[in-house]
Design a protein around this ligand. Structure first.
Ligand code: S3P
Length: 187
């Protein structure tokens, strides 16, 4: 059985759909555990010098996924709380990287699960920043939820397969989610 105690792992990796709260939970958890937060999307934006939505528009999703894999590899060799992008688990190379890091005892992977309704509501608070949901379209609430359901149906098996811990986050604040994860890795 894997030992997820803080003294043995190097990083906690947060996975989950867009809008599940990975970045805010990562910041909270980083404070609780006194580990540095590391946001893959922010790292990618630093590297490309533009926003992810502009990069998707000019270079396409495949180019983005290649950068995402590079940043994931770097992150898994560092110590910290890693917030991934929601699509990281869609690439088999990334799932293999996560599994290798878990098997080596370096990473604990946490899936922040939420219902399509919660995700759609949160995604709609930041219009236009998720190219795979509302790239260059204006969507109403039902359309947003339908897009979320479509992608979530494809991805759920991957989130669940990769996770050492699943936290249902619909009714919880990011601080409460961070406390649950902290209790798991630092009991
Ligand atoms: C994506 C999620 C985004 C970002 C990119 C692709 C996805 O990150 O990486 O737009 O495929 O789910 P967040 O989950 O932080 O929104």
């Amino acid at each position: 059985m894997n030992d997820f105690s803080l003294s043995s792992i190097q990083n906690v990796v947060l996975i989950g759909f867009m809008g599940c709260g990975k970045s805010s939970v990562a910041r909270r958890l980083a404070c609780l555990l006194d580990w540095p937060p590391l946001d893959l999307d922010a790292k990618i934006e630093e590297c490309i010098g533009t926003t992810i939505q502009q990069f998707f528009a000019s270079r396409g999703e495949d180019a983005f996924r290649a950068l995402e894999t590079e940043q994931l590899k770097l992150a898994l060799h560092q110590s910290g709380i890693v917030a991934t992008g929601g699509g990281v688990v869609t690439q088999s190379v990334n799932r293999t990287l996560l599994r290798q890091s878990q098997n080596a005892g370096d990473s604990c992977v946490v899936y922040l699960r939420a219902t399509p309704e919660t995700l759609a509501t949160r995604i709609r608070r930041q219009p236009g920043v998720r190219p795979l949901i509302d790239g260059n379209r204006v969507l109403d609430w039902n359309q947003t939820r339908d897009h979320v359901c479509f992608l979530l149906n494809q991805r759920t098996k991957y989130y669940e397969e990769c996770a050492d811990l699943i936290v249902d986050s619909d009714e919880l604040s990011s601080h409460q989610v961070a406390q649950i994860v902290a209790a798991f890795v630092a009991p």
